[in-house]
Design a protein around this ligand. Structure first.
Ligand code: ADP
Length: 496
């Protein structure tokens, strides 16, 4: 038995284990895989256990075994553990934030910011665990005490992507645990270190063994057996549409409860009366922060034609001036893509758009002189047709298209004409237009005069159409997913 997440050492690089039934241990196969810094691939962060079927089985067994006691424990006990975990994480925010940047590639400000957000999420669910668990109803029989109580589901699988490697796991795991479920956590293959750090904080805070289990490894070796394990009652997934849809089919076929958060093709509409400088700043932040790798990133600027040229010019100037480079340096404004494959794919999309005749308004497009990291320079295309590939497909990189339109009605029509509906923004000074936009836009998260990205923990988060599965995460919505309702008719015994 090893009591530390580091179970071995390969030269200078630590080897991190799986966390199963309260123990850090090697994968049953004994195998591990390397995790490297996307800004400097020669920088080896560490090796991580390559979990497999046997490990998934052990993790699910532990979660199933731990469920009875955890589900019957007091919500106040669970709240105290989550709060303690938030304090442990808070004491390590800078260190973990830096590790996040090294592992994922977002800027230091974003890496530390995301870690602080995970702290806030744990704190929020410590509070949420202490909220009412049901409702009291009137009954046809006045003597009946008629009420509902929300109870936990059972062992849950939490399957997360690499783009928010600590915040997304926190916002799924914290409510799952707060409401009495046990968890098997399968993080993205590319960001296992953040998963280890979150698991360490929760374990140190006093979670009983088996309540949270971490299995790192590949989608095929870990994700598949986990999704198909009959003992897993519910699955919360964030990732690509292709994987999400497939996962939902196989999991619901065996009766599991499934929640999906997937892609977006999020519009920022800029009307002629908007404060253009404010709109430019927010469109760029929405499009380029995290190197455009957010499901809520702005990828379409839908702009009234009266201001389209001026806005495009200002966007091009400011996007062209973004400092792209090693995100571990304070001055860097945009880091690399997550992987060589992602950089190649996004650069290919930029080249393809150029070949298809779209006008690149930023200078050098995909080319970079930034060394071996997975860098792609941010790209802005002007005069983009609403039905073009660039305006329809989620590219998941620093690529923005300006689509000129004639007024709000056309803007909303164009904005809605995609298969996604996660988030949307409008920039205007006109309250009437803002209200029309809020009513007509098909999106789960709607902003007026702020960027498309951003999700506070106390409100529901999720998308319309292909972006989601009609369930919501975070806020009070999380309780709906991670619990089921028991209706109780409590009558007094007949009086003697
Ligand atoms: P992303 O590129 O954003 O990571 P993916 O959809 O590829 O999106 O992956 C999201 C998460 O789902 C990752 O943890 C990944 O390993 C996992 N995953 C991918 N394919 C499967 C699958 N078939 N079954 C279960 N999990 C999977």
């Amino acid at each position: 038995m090893v009591n530390s997440a580091v179970i071995d050492q390969h030269g200078a690089a630590p080897v991190f284990g799986l966390y199963i039934n309260g123990e850090w241990r090697a994968a049953a196969s004994g195998k591990s895989y390397e995790n490297r810094n996307p800004a400097r691939p020669d920088d080896l962060i560490g090796s991580f256990a390559s979990g497999g079927t046997e490990d998934v089985d052990a993790a699910v067994s532990a979660a199933a075994e731990a469920f009875t006691a955890w589900s019957m424990s007091s919500p106040i006990t669970r709240a105290n553990i989550l709060y303690k975990a938030s304090e442990i994480l808070a004491s390590r925010v800078n260190e973990i934030g830096r590790e996040l940047t090294r592992e994922e590639g977002k800027t230091l400000k974003e890496g530390i910011g995301e870690t602080s957000r995970a702290v806030q999420i744990l704190r929020y669910y410590a509070g949420e665990a202490q909220q009412p668990t049901g409702e009291h109803y009137p009954s046809a029989n006045p003597a009946t005490l008629l009420y509902t109580v929300r109870e936990p589901l059972g062992p849950c699988a939490i399957i997360t992507p690499w783009n928010f490697p600590i915040a997304i796991p926190a916002w799924k795991i914290a409510p799952a645990l707060a409401f009495g479920n046990t968890v098997v956590f399968k993080p993205a293959t590319l960001t296992p270190l953040c998963a280890v750090r979150l698991t360490e904080a929760l374990a140190e805070a006093g979670l009983p063994e088996g309540v949270l289990n971490l299995v790192t490894g590949s989608a095929g070796e870990v994700g598949d057996p986990l999704v198909n394990d009959e003992r897993i009652i519910a699955i919360s997934f964030t990732g690509s549409n292709e994987v999400g849809r497939q996962l939902k089919m196989s999991a619901t076929a065996r009766g599991a409860k499934v929640q999906l958060e997937m892609g977006g093709k999020n519009p920022a509409i800029v009307l002629a009366d908007a404060d253009l400088e404010h709109a430019v700043t927010n469109v760029i932040n929405g499009a380029m922060m995290s190197t455009g790798q957010k499901c809520t990133a702005t990828s379409r600027a839908i702009v009234d034609h009266r201001v389209a040229d001026e806005l495009s010019e200002r966007l091009a100037q400011r996007i062209g001036a973004l400092r792209v480079g090693d995100p571990q340096e304070e001055a860097t404004q945009m880091g690399p893509l997550i992987s060589a494959e992602a950089a190649k794919r996004v650069a290919g999309e930029i080249d393809r758009a150029k070949r298809e005749g779209l006008t690149l308004l930023t200078k050098d497009g995909a080319s970079t002189d930034l060394g071996d990291g997975y860098f792609v320079r941010p790209a802005l295309f002007g005069g983009v047709a609403p039905d073009s590939r660039l305006a329809q497909e989620e590219l998941f990189g620093p690529v923005l298209g300006v689509i000129p339109v004639d007024g709000l009605d056309e803007a909303i029509e164009v904005a809605n004409n995609v298969r996604f509906g996660l988030s949307a923004s409008l920039f205007t000074r006109d309250i009437g237009r803002a209200l029309t936009f809020v009513r007509k836009i098909q999106a789960g998260v709607v902003h007026v005069n702020s960027e498309t990205a951003g999700a506070e923990p106390q409100v529901p988060f999720g998308g319309y159409k292909g972006s989601s599965s009609y369930s919501r995460e975070q806020g009070k919505a999380a309780r709906e997913f991670f619990t089921q309702v028991k209706t109780v008719y409590l009558d007094p015994p007949p009086s003697a």
